[in-house]
Design a binder for this molecule. Structure first.
Ligand code: MV4
Length: 511
């Protein structure tokens, strides 16, 4: 590591950056580094020897077996790779080590710059209870609830009675909806607390819970922020991420369709996000998550201390490259953009393209990509991590690419996205492309009536429309898969009522 100064006292731009990630985000980072004349070093596990990010980087270092814990999540091996290739800095991307305060601290210790917030800010914001407390101190609204860990049932009953049911139990170490339970009445409270605590314990090795009033059918809107090491902190407006299934985002957009009607909301939420960031001593890129209820009250939920998957929609609408800015800030430069220079033009929508099968409840569908035709053309950006002939490994998140469309208006962005989805061909594995084609044809979506229950609702509306013959084919496939995977008795025997569908399905398949 070329110099021994901490990140923010640096004077020179990095010469080489280690990209501690894989897939489309590794490629996104390698491209930005190349644009900045900085050498890139990729890392790869045994499962990723032939991966696209390995081919695109200036050099690539093996870091261990397929299992993430032994490779992309292994602090020692990542730091060793950085030392071996002489990298001045590490970009963690998203997922893996990106929000690990111990890793950020270990980088500081090893005198290699962590391109992200300081370890202290990651640590403070890692506990949702702590983040809530910071927000309250900063005068930012949070959902009515308890700002303390729940210790015992009697205390929980008192708090819930004060808030009024329904309430929501949440894990302090939470994320992704794990350890979260809706509670509708006092009689369910104790059981739900036990369930939530044990799920949180299993997922995060901490069963600590807190409680909030449940916000019904909220919108999920988040604010992108960026701060330098010289006290400058600005926001890049919102992204709406209300379209999620099982706490996985599916479609994200900028601006939120809500902001067309209530532009002052963007500035109020932007200020709130900056207040929380200031209270946490935040620098580099971050995202403040909010819920917005139907009366347009907004509530701070948590801060994601990384570059997010959906950052491209913000880039397309503001025209700023967030990765360039992250790298420049981390090397000690001042933010080259002022708040007044952040403006919003047009509309962008992103689809997360996954190797998963919408016909089997979105089971992962890894394997060989036999044929690939990727869309392009006016207003289309494709951040892809795959190529034709590559075998999508089953070891990691099966996201293939992000398809992003920009248009003068939301209607234009949607039209371009529809056109690009029609061009997109992925053969050999299943993908969720057909699912997106259906969403982009949905009147509710096109009207911008978004909320976090949208996709559940959409799927129910759609399954009601599936004709019997198609349902029979689905039942047949499910039955055959069950028999193959469990190699015991037919599925019909184990699911009451399934027999009729399964035999109808077999007939259908034999036709
Ligand atoms: C909530 C909520 C309603 N009320 N909090 C889910 C993940 C986590 N980051 C926060 N989540 C929620 N917190 C209160 N007080 C509803 C959700 C929620 C949700 C939030 C964003 C996107 C999708 C969601 C799906 C279900 C529930």
């Amino acid at each position: 590591m070329r110099n021994s100064l901490p990140c923010y006292n640096r004077v020179f731009m990095f010469r080489k950056v280690l990209v501690a990630n894989r897939g489309e985000i590794a490629i996104r980072l390698i491209r930005a580094l190349r644009e900045m004349d900085i050498a890139s070093a990729a890392v790869f596990s045994d499962a990723d020897r032939d991966a696209l990010h390995v081919r695109m980087a200036d050099e690539a270092l093996p870091i261990g077996p397929a299992a993430s814990a032994e490779s992309y999540l292994h602090v020692g091996r990542i730091l060793e790779a950085a030392r071996r290739c002489g990298a001045d800095a590490i970009h963690p991307g998203y997922g893996f080590l990106s929000e690990n305060a111990d890793f950020a601290a270990a980088c500081e210790e090893a005198r290699v710059c962590f391109i992200g917030p300081p370890a202290s800010a990651i640590r403070k914001l890692g506990s949702k209870i702590e983040a809530r407390r910071l927000a309250v101190e900063a005068g930012v609204p949070v959902v009515p609830g308890a700002g303390e860990p729940l210790a015992e049932a009697a205390q929980a009953r008192r708090i819930a009675a004060g808030l009024g049911y329904p309430v929501l139990l949440k894990a302090a170490a939470g994320g992704g909806g794990k350890g979260m339970r809706r509670v509708d009445s006092e009689s369910d409270l104790e059981t739900s607390m036990r369930d939530a605590a044990s799920e949180a314990e299993r997922s995060f090795r901490s069963g600590e819970l807190y409680m909030e009033k449940l916000v019904e059918e909220p919108r999920h809107i988040e604010i992108q922020i960026l701060g330098d090491g010289h006290g400058n902190l600005i926001h890049f407006g919102e992204r709406e991420c209300s379209l999620q299934r099982r706490h996985q985002k599916v479609i994200e957009e900028c601006p939120s369709p809500l902001m067309a009607r209530y532009p002052e909301l963007r500035y109020a939420m932007g200020d709130a996000a900056l207040s929380v960031a200031r209270a946490a001593g935040y620098t580099n890129a971050g995202t403040a998550e909010f819920l917005v209820d139907k009366h347009l009250n907004f509530y701070f939920l948590e801060m994601n201390t990384r570059l997010q998957v959906e950052h491209p929609v913000t880039e397309l609408v503001t025209g700023h490259d967030l990765v360039h800015l992250q790298v420049r800030i981390a090397s000690g430069e001042r933010l080259p953009v002022s708040q007044a220079e952040v403006t919003w033009s047009g509309s962008a929508i992103e689809c997360r393209i996954y190797a998963e099968d919408p016909d089997t409840g979105f089971l992962p569908s890894p394997g060989m990509i036999r044929q690939l035709r990727e869309p392009s053309g006016p207003g289309i950006r494709l951040d892809s991590g795959v190529y034709q002939g590559w075998n999508v490994p089953l070891d990691y998140d099966p996201m293939l690419a992000k398809l992003i469309a920009w248009g003068e208006t939301r209607e234009m962005a949607a039209a371009r996205l529809r056109r690009a989805l029609a061009e997109y061909v992925v053969l050999g594995i299943r993908s969720n492309i057909p699912y997106f084609r259906a969403i982009l044809a949905d009147a509710e979506f096109l009207a911008g009536r978004l909320h976090t229950g949208f996709l559940d609702n959409f799927e129910q509306r759609r399954s009601a429309e599936i004709p019997d013959a198609a349902m029979a084919r689905i039942a047949a496939l499910a039955a055959l898969r069950f028999e193959r995977d469990h190699a015991r008795r037919p599925a019909a025997a184990s699911a009451p009522g399934a027999g009729r569908w399964a035999s109808a399905g077999r007939q259908e398949l034999l036709r």
